[in-house]
Structure formats: C-alpha cells, structure tokens
Design a protein around this ligand. Structure first.
Ligand SMILES: *[C@@H]1O[C@H](CO)[C@@H](O)[C@H](O)[C@H]1NC(C)=O
Length: 243
C-alpha cells in the first residue's frame, strides 16, 4: 500500500552483525571460523536482544527431562529444573570444515572446553550402579576437559528477498576426561548413606557419565542450534560472510 512503510519494515527486520564481530570469507572460512566464532560467542556472553541471543554465561535452562534407555550401569529418570550451565563460552573450536554453498551445506568441527558446571534442582529415580535412587535436591556437577565433536547440516531459504541460512541438523557428542558429581540427598533419607553412595558414584564417574551425559548433550545441542538459527533468521547470508 505504502512504499515508504514497506521499505521501513524491511530495514528494521533485517539485521547486521555488530561491527566488532569479525566476518569470515565464505569462499575460505575454515581457519577463520576456528578463531572467530567463539570470539563472537564470548562477546555475546551476556546475550543480545537485537539478534535473539539469550544470555550464554551462565546459560539458564528452565527444565530438562531425561529417561535413560535402561541398560548398562544406569536406569534412571532424571529431571533438572532451574538449571544454570557455567563455562560453555570458554570453549575453543578447531579443525573446522565448512561449506555454505547450496546443496551441500555443512559445518563440522572439534571443540575443547576446560570445564562446564551444571547447577540445578534435580529429581532422580531408578537405579545407579547397584543403588536404588530416589533423590531430590540440589546438584552441582562439574565436567572437566571436554572434547566435543559437532556436525551441522544447513540449508538456505529466502525471506524478504534475502537469502538466509538455517541449521537443520546438529550431531553433537562430548566426552569429559573427568567428572565430579555432587547430588545432595541422592538416595533420600540417611545422610551418611547418601555420602557413601555419592562417593561410589564419583569413583565410577566416567561410567555413570556414559548414561547421565546424553541429557547434557541434548540440552546443549538444542540451545546451540537455536541460538545460531536466531541469528541466521535475522542476519541475511550476505551480511554474515565476506564474499
Ligand atoms: C560447585 O562446585 C564447584 C566446583 O567443585 C565449587 O567451586 C562451587 O563452590 C560449588 N557450588 C556450590 C553452590 O556448591
């Protein structure tokens, strides 16, 4: 109806990256992504409303629920509420292999994070090692020296005459070298027995992690994918990259 109004809407809806964010060359992105993606993430640690990025340090997660498949050492139903993840912005990225062309759009890389800490209200029911668990309380779990593997697939779409990227799949695996679990009241009841159980859990921390970890991977993956797509939906492809 009104050309001036339409133009105005277009201008306010498409965003650009802040000027202090280094953009990579689309034709040769790999080494640049290794250095500058996490640098950008650290600049966005407190969040960025304009780009739709929630605060990342710490990262708040309202609720995550996880039922283990019921095999191995763990058969558990876990719910974490009011969770704060500390440390995700301290990751470094290496070995990026990326291609943002039509048809074969991907970004794969390895990551390393010195430490991630999860503080939350938790409930946990089931069996852990040999113990029947019926815990409820606070947890404060720390994961150290975490190697990660990320594989994104992406696609393109056109919005208001601009080409945008969208991540459509994220395969994400992490493996810490060391884990310290701190669940208070893990079996319910007797304080001394709780301490003994927690001690045994920590003596077998990497075994326990194999079944507890997927909940952490899932929630981190979901948030990473969501954050990237919030930015991509606002900033067109030609603003994300140098040619
Ligand atoms: C959680 O654990 C970390 C590392 O062990 C410790 O520094 C921190 O004080 C703990 N926080 C709480 C609330 O217990």
């Amino acid at each position: 109806m009104n050309f001036a109004l339409l133009l105005f809407i277009t201008i306010i809806s498409a965003k650009t990256l802040p000027p202090d964010i280094v953009r990579c060359r689309k034709s040769d992105p790999n080494a640049c992504l290794d250095v500058h993606v996490m640098e950008a993430v650290r600049k966005f640690a407190a969040g960025n409303k304009d780009l739709g990025i929630v605060p990342l340090e710490p990262l708040f997660i309202e609720r995550v629920e996880f039922a283990a498949p019921g095999s191995g050492s763990v058969s558990l139903h876990q719910v974490y509420r009011n969770a704060y993840l500390h440390g995700i912005t301290s990751a470094t990225i290496t070995d990026s292999e990326a291609n943002f062309d039509d048809g074969d759009c991907y970004w794969r890389y390895n990551s390393f994070t010195p430490a991630i800490r999860l503080e939350a209200d938790y409930t946990m029911k089931g069996r852990l090692l040999l113990f029947p668990i019926n815990g409820q309380g606070r947890c404060n779990n720390t994961f150290y020296e975490i190697d990660g593997r990320n594989e994104f697939k992406c696609e393109k779409y056109v919005k208001k005459d601009k080409t945008h990227l969208r991540m459509v799949e994220h395969k994400f695996r992490i493996q810490p070298k060391r884990v310290v679990f701190d669940y208070n009241n893990i079996i319910g009841g007797n304080e001394e027995f709780n301490k003994e159980v927690l001690k045994t859990v920590n003596e077998n921390a990497l075994t326990v992690y194999a079944d507890v970890g997927p909940a952490l991977e899932e929630v981190m993956s979901r948030i990473w994918l969501q954050s990237i797509n919030e930015v991509f939906s606002r900033v067109p492809e030609d603003e994300l990259f140098l040619p």
